[in-house]
Design a protein around this ligand. Sequence first.
Ligand code: TA6
Length: 297
Amino acid sequence: VDISGTGASSKVTARLPSGESVEVLLYGATVISWKSDGGKVENLWVSDAAKLDGTKAVRGGVPVVFPVFGPPPKDHATSALPQHGFARTSRWEFLGKSSSEDALDASSVKLDFGLYSSNLSDEAKKAWPYDFGIVYSVTLSKEGLQTVVNVRNEGTKVFEFQLLLHTYLRVKDISKTTVTGLAGVPYVDKVLDATTHTQSSPTLAITGEVDRVYASIPQNTTTVLEDGKPRFDVVRDNLDDTVVWNPWKEKAAAMGDFEPKDGFKEMLCVEVGSVQGWQKLESGDGFEGGQLIKSLL
Ligand code: TA6
């Protein structure tokens, strides 16, 4: 494990003896690279124009969305926060690493990052005046990448939050990419009319802009397939919802930090979270939720 860079662009890199690696920017605790299969396969998509200097949320990798997903509601404690909250644009602390060599020599390395209300910018503290502590664990193993958020209410006032891991998966060709594990699940379609639909077919193909919030999904794994072959399993842990997003041509063109412009053909966001309604956290209570992404190559 080593820490490189200075200031907001400092990042932590970890590598397994077998070559797999992960890179985490302290800005937003944003995972910006995860290489599996001996380090040969990059699994995350990061825009060529992504800001990695702390001036803007990273366009790619795994931004952490907390305490609100999307534009905050008007009549809510989060209403003064930016879209997707402040976690992805805050400077996190690197708390340390622990590696384990279990009997089968299947090694893994866990990196811990912390964000506390005391770390927040004055504007964020003013906008959301609650005392909290988050420990975010990123664990790299040959099996996959696990990212888990543990949030604790360190204050005296109850607060409620939403949480989502905004994962940009890298795919070879979006026209040959499908998603399973969402059949029969109700979703809010933010492209159509933000009303609730239910996906009847077992497979979702991506043939245009997709922005769907699937809620209360019965089983915990969403699979991304390439050419009909399973490429990723995204396994939810204590998070009931999943957003599937591809900006497609027009929206990609409209995002200044989305490059190359046809990059939408090589990425798909599968974002696990708790975004329907709010998780309530009493004083002193904690909540833990996360994901395990398996590369199935
Ligand atoms: O997760 C999907 C989404 O909510 C889309 O609606 C789109 O806004 C995307 O997030 C990116 O948001 P950002 O604030 O990172 O530009």
